[in-house]
Design a protein around this ligand. Sequence first.
Ligand SMILES: Cc1ncc(COP(=O)(O)O)c(C=O)c1O
Length: 398
Amino acid sequence: MKQEAAQLEEVKALEDRYQLATYKKMPIVAERGAGVWLFAADGQKYLDLYGGHAVAGTGHSHPHVVATLREQADKLLFYSNLVYSEARARAAGKLVSIAPASLTKAFFCNSGTEANENGMRMARLATGRENVITFSSGFHGRTADAISATFLGKYRELGKPNVPGHLKAEFGDIESVRDLADESVAAIMLEPVQSMAGVNIAGPDFYRALRQLCDERGIVLIYDEVQTGVGRTGNWFFAGSEAGGEVIPDVITLAKALGSGIPVGACLVSDSIAGHIKENDLGTTFGGGMMAMAAVIATLEAIEQDGMLANVRTVEAYLRDRLATVSGVTSVKGLGFLLGLQCKQKAAAIHSALLERKIITGTSSDPHVLRLLPPLCLRREEVDLFIIELEDACQPPN
Ligand SMILES: Cc1ncc(COP(=O)(O)O)c(C=O)c1O
């Protein structure tokens, strides 16, 4: 045990010495993963209800994903979009096949922020307009345009001087959007479920009203599904869901769980947007590389083969039932495996108490909301384990 503690100290000292201190880290040296479990170098195992930062949708190191990546790595690691690739052809085809029918083309990039930047650029190219409406407490990434579209907390300040043309409406308040949506507006972009803000979801009427407003005023509707996409809500996408009023946007942006941990982002776009995009309008060296494409194919196949969408729906219902019995949790927000637990105690204290009990969860910008973003393969037994520990962790300190 002494030696293991020394190993944590050693790795920590090295990282802290050579890496910029931009993250508050948990005292874990991550070594190996399997499904919902993360194994640390000291032999401890953690139930990962944060899903490796919402990335491990298929669970950690899913065997089908690992095998597919190994096979691809043996053949070719990378070539850019200057050549054709079977992996890219299959990944794009597979992604479009699970997308809402009106979204017929994919553009691949490397991250969520980049997907959003490209989504906004496409809207500007398609409309010839410049402004973009986003929402209070929304988060869209940290590159210049995406951070300027982010009205959560202090992020936008960090991006100063901001990209001009970003307008803020109130999430859930259609009148605030209507007031801003004039002929200068190219796009309305939103996280349909605002995750980092503390898991805020609007009623179906809000999404329907946004769609109608966009149709009336020639505005492109962009759903940032970086967190909600790829099965997290119990459907492939929030777009088209009952909770979202069956609304289909013109663009969906994706990242996080799309590659099970291999960095990959994507925009899914409608024909009408695609028709405005010409050669060289968008691009990135690494987008559509073979390893990323193999990861996309294997991720989508694993979700299908293991019936993970149905699993999210049934286990969500079970989790909600069990959470209703926990006295420290006053309500549960969100959808599928993107849940915000409104807690009586501070979420940071519960997060720490759970970590001591070897369970990883997430906090949010709401100090009383604990976030759960588990792998889509989480089962009832693991929920039971969590509930026992949560009950304890919610007790006020003596
Ligand atoms: C909703 C949403 N959009 C965009 C991003 C940015 O993604 P990335 O960190 O891959 O750039 C995030 C990251 O947390 C996110 O949650």
